[in-house]
Design a protein around this ligand. Sequence first.
Ligand SMILES: C[S@@+](CC[C@H](N)C(=O)[O-])C[C@H]1O[C@@H](n2cnc3c(N)ncnc32)[C@H](O)[C@@H]1O
Length: 476
Amino acid sequence: MKYGDEIELFVESFASEGKSIARVDGLVVFVAGGVPGDRVLARITKTKKQFTEAEIKEVFVPSPLRTLPRCQYFGVCGGCKWQHVSYQAQLEFKRQQVVDALERIGGFKGITVNPTLGSPDEYFYRNKMEFSFGEKWLTKEELIRVTGKQETRSETERFALGLHIPQRFDRVLDINECHLQSETSYQIVNTVRSFSLERNLPIYSTATHTGYLRNLVVRQSRRTGELMVNLVTSQERPELMKSLCSILLEHFPSITTIINNITERKSQVAIGDYEKVYHGPGFITEKIGRRTYRISANSFFQTNTLQAERLYNAAAGLARLKPDDIVFDLYSGTGTIALHIADDVKEVVGIESVESAIDDARRNAQMNQATNCTFVLGDLKEKLTRDTSWLSNHAKPTVLMIDPPRSGMHEKAVLEIAALQPERIAYISCNPATQARDLKLLCSNAPYRIVAIQPVDMFPHTYHIENVVALSTTAQ
Ligand SMILES: C[S@@+](CC[C@H](N)C(=O)[O-])C[C@H]1O[C@@H](n2cnc3c(N)ncnc32)[C@H](O)[C@@H]1O
């Protein structure tokens, strides 16, 4: 097989990161956009020693697991790569990812992984969307190939407001609709685009460090309906912001706060060095379970509110919490897990390395009158190895709730936990591979047994999966 060859392929399965796989004489071919069960005509786009990549030219026999993607930008936008896979099949593929990781990386055999808990909303499930302004966007030919429409849009050719295209971080896809947040959200995007084009506002370029517009972030509380619009720019232009404010409020009276974040930094993160509030309180509130949370423009918050509640309930249920439990919530973020379980246990101690998250967690605890929660600032490995004086303020934990970043846990932190040996652990992870690695190390250094494994789908139409593994030292 060489570049440009066209061959017939049968798509067998999904590999990690949602790529579909076919095989030719034992050689793996990653087929972009394929679904297991497809028989396709594919064109080779890359050849390497270990694998080959191909794109679909024609689907001869579609997989029964296929469904029609809802979005006109499907196939080019990086947001929802699995919109063409039925939701039930997505859930099963995600479960399979967890099985594979735990068996292959973790070395756990004969495990039972529960069916993936599906999201209550398959679309419009996000409470936050971050859009980018970009000068380079798709060529007309690329756009026509993707949308099938003969669009001209000459007036916006050097102006895009939308989402980054995967593997092409200099390109932004100009979008008029998105099915991940509410209709109001993308109508706001369209209004901001018109406002910017009418005034010929320049887009910030990281290459030349000139221009004004950087990002538009829309946050909408699922439970209270409060709505935040946050424009990230490179400079302050108060008169312009005031005009934008009055236009937005005229069209969208449901907006509760409008903020301008300003940053001169070259990085593409949509966070300001400082912010100016132009309307409302500068934050929105959201509810998970019995708790209310205050979310500022730059605070971290779980993006799928309804499913976050189900994730926390699943983790708490699997940890079999009891009223006399002392719980350590490791990697506690803004304290949402700690607060969610606080009424069911005696005490919760959260440990987190980001100072602003600790501040948010303390304020959230205060706001919700959760007097049995404390939060400790610091790197977890340090807090368990060298800087351990905080431990003497608390009884030995009976339960750990562990929710690390994608990279998983530091080896030394795992070993300290093995030595600490609380009776029960609920390990929540957004990366089954690092979770499997950490659990292998933990279980080979302490007498833990896996009691239950529960995948939870936080992000429909993506290959991402959250997984809870419950461990116990006792027989039950
Ligand atoms: C996946 S988030 C979990 C947040 C929270 N449990 C939630 O549900 O919103 C992981 C958290 O771990 C924190 N973190 C990352 N590395 C850390 C470390 N070495 N020590 C302590 N916290 C860390 C991050 O700042 C982040 O808040």
